[in-house]
Design a protein around this ligand. Structure first.
Ligand SMILES: Nc1ncnc2c1ncn2[C@@H]1O[C@H](COP(=O)(O)OP(=O)(O)OP(=O)(O)O)[C@@H](O)[C@H]1O
Ligand SMILES: [Mg+2]
Length: 280
């Protein structure tokens, strides 16, 4: 007998022209926050595909929805409407415990404010995700992660005994110790001086290039964004620009240009398309 109900074909992640699969595939995603009676439309219909091994900067004015989008991408928050496929799996259909497991296995997070535990030494901070995940060789792996970000001699230091740049590197070690397929970072260089910001970019570039880890991060700094391969710009909860960076800068090699040159960067039009005072 012929079924009256056509079976929906199984989801196939889109593929880019070089054959890479989409690890992030969001379609028509909206996010509305309710503040009493007032609705805040933080995302107003975002479609975005990010392919395996991409290195992407998300930019846009304050309030444009960048953090909201990162929370959705990191499966920390569900969209109000729309669909999200993470590494081929429909996140909107997952239970909370499956979500937590997926986050732990696939994603490493880095935040602007480091989010380190105050009274915990560096080595222990980096071991924590492995303890939650029940992994073996925890100390050895945590030590290797800290060494990979140049902190092999700071294992016993508390956050208060480290510089801002070093604290952020502990946070990066914590994000990568579980060997995630993807690192998501919300303004990881936002609280850092220029030199420490460059160190963070060096680490991200090498994770992306040498280990093939997909890196997506938010920045307000056009010069930092030019170290990536692709820049996506949000405005008012929508993607208004999405372009490849033709010649990405190499962290630690390319000098930061003067303010005037920076304004001439390829991003100027899209980024400063609105009123100057909206931007920070
Ligand atoms: N939990 C929340 N409840 C209510 N409104 C929120 C919440 N989080 C964000 N918003 C609102 O959603 C909009 C987008 O906020 P979001 O934090 O995503 O912006 P952003 O682009 O990250 O800005 P910034 O550059 O300042 O970090 C803003 O108007 C904000 O006020
Ligand atoms: Mg934000």
């Amino acid at each position: 007998m012929v079924s009256l109900f056509k079976k929906k074909p199984a989801y196939q992640p889109p593929v880019d022209e070089t054959g890479r699969k989409a690890v992030i595939d969001i379609r028509g995603v909206t996010k509305t926050y309710l503040m009493g009676d007032i609705e805040v439309n933080a995302l107003r219909g975002v479609d975005l595909q990010i392919y395996q091994g991409e290195f992407v900067a998300i930019m846009g004015p304050s309030g444009s929805g960048k953090s909201t989008l990162m929370n959705v991408l990191g499966a920390l928050d569900q969209p109000t409407t729309g669909e999200y496929f993470l590494d081929g799996v429909n996140v909107s259909k997952m239970t909370e415990s499956d979500l937590a497991r997926t986050r732990n296995q696939k994603i490493g997070f880095v935040f602007q404010s480091f989010n380190l535990l105050k009274r915990t030494p560096a080595l222990r901070q980096v071991e924590l995700p492995l303890i939650y995940g029940g992994a073996a060789n925890r100390t050895k792996r945590a030590k290797a992660a800290l060494e990979s970000v140049g902190l092999g001699s700071r294992l016993d230091h508390l956050p208060s005994e480290l510089s801002g740049g070093q604290q952020q590197r502990v946070a990066i070690a914590r994000a990568l110790v579980t060997e995630p397929a993807m690192i998501l970072a919300d303004e990881p260089t936002g609280n850092l001086d220029s030199r420490s910001g460059t160190e963070v970019m060096q680490i991200f570039q090498s994770l992306n290039r040498d280990k093939g880890i997909t890196v997506v991060f938010v920045t307000h700094d056009p010069w930092i964004a030019r170290h990536t391969n692709r820049v996506v710009i949000l405005r008012d909860g929508r993607v208004v620009s999405d372009r490849m960076v033709s010649q990405p800068l190499i962290a630690g090699k390319d000098e930061r240009p003067s303010e005037a040159d920076e304004m001439e960067s390829v991003l100027k039009d899209a980024y400063y398309g609105g009123k100057e005072e909206e931007y920070n």
